[in-house]
Design a protein. Structure first.
Length: 340
């Protein structure tokens, strides 16, 4: 009985939190369109990628996120276009939020080596749940250790519904430095299953992210030159009452990517911040493919029970266009060539 009740409380808590806080990826630069619409076409190549995150596998019921995206940069139009499909699931009561998103960005050159990108995103989102097994307080008889089917709570039908979601972003870059900001859910769509709930909207999420690359020189391997690189990066985000900051470093040596980062805000030890140390390992291949894996080791109070999170990313970068002009590949922005 106690286990069922605690599980129900956890599910209700997740549904409540999910209306106020988005899912996140630890490899946020490996999910570029999800991070900032202005990152559409940021490699100045064509790019296709997938992301998967399994969060809290130590619980009987966990949370999963899936993403797939494609973007392309047009030199003639100085524009990036993209599309993505995302799905976020809580397995206990099958709370599912899925979307199809479309992106556009424009690249404005403001100096010889400085560019400013402006991006926009329009998403069609569908949300559903199967909460037939919810247990409310007036259904529990502690003396007889039974659960009644009758309740005085107003339980909605939880019918699937769809809504429009709008986001914007900006990105300032040069060869080795970048600074961006994004604003998601600017139209604050209604999320509540209760039609008359005035507070059941999705609050705006805004973030500031940036970093710096430090070239470490070329390395000769497999008969071709390859640039080694060290990077520092950070991403701060706030949504409603929740806020987080990710700060870390990554190293590209030959074809191996390694990194470590920290998520959390010192002094704020509540569950929504999910303080973690994140370990990353990946490969960057000459073909244009980048593969990354990360593990979140949670240092907050719930870490030992949840067993952190696993995350996998795969992306492939290539150039579409006239083969006679493939030397434009050399214009690729190193900021986002290998980042996880």
């Amino acid at each position: 009985m106690r286990k069922l009740f605690l599980s129900t409380l956890l599910a209700i808590g997740f549904v409540t939190v999910s209306t106020a806080q988005d899912f996140h990826y630890s490899q946020f630069y490996a999910a570029p369109l999800y991070l900032n619409p202005a990152l559409t076409g940021s490699t100045e190549l064509s790019r296709v990628g997938v992301n998967y995150r399994k969060q809290w596998p130590g619980l009987e019921q966990d949370f999963n996120a899936y993403s797939a995206y494609f973007d392309h940069y047009s030199f003639d139009l100085r524009s990036g276009i993209g599309v993505s499909v995302n799905s976020f699931q809580e397995t206990n009561f099958n709370v599912n939020t899925s979307d199809v998103s479309f992106y556009y960005s424009y690249n404005l050159q403001i100096a010889d080596s400085w560019n400013f990108r402006m991006g926009t995103q329009a998403s069609i989102v569908r949300r559903s749940a199967a909460l037939d097994n919810l247990v409310f307080g007036d259904q529990v008889d502690l003396f007889n250790r039974t659960i009644s089917t009758a309740t005085m709570d107003n339980i909605p039908d939880f019918d699937p519904y769809s809504y429009l979601d709008l986001s914007f972003g900006g990105l300032l870059t040069n060869k080795n430095f970048w600074l961006g900001s994004s604003f998601h859910h600017v139209n604050e769509p209604q999320l509540s299953y209760y039609p008359d709930d005035e507070n059941g909207y999705l609050p705006i999420k805004w973030s500031v992210h940036g970093g710096w690359n430090f070239p470490l020189g070329a390395n000769q391997y497999f008969g071709s030159k390859f640039d080694n690189m060290a990077s520092i990066m950070a991403n701060y985000k706030k949504q409603g009452a929740f806020q987080q900051i990710d700060i870390g470093t990554q190293l590209l040596y030959r074809s191996v990517i390694s990194g470590i980062s920290y998520r959390g805000i010192p002094g704020l030890r509540d569950m929504p911040n999910q303080d973690s140390i994140i370990f990353m390992l990946g490969l960057k291949l000459e073909s244009g493919m980048v593969i990354g894996y990360s593990y979140d080791f949670m240092v907050s109070n719930i870490g030992s029970q949840t067993k952190g999170a696993h995350e996998l990313s795969v992306r492939y970068q290539f150039f579409i266009g006239d083969p006679r002009h493939r030397n434009q590949r050399s214009r690729i922005l190193k900021c986002f060539d290998f980042m996880m």
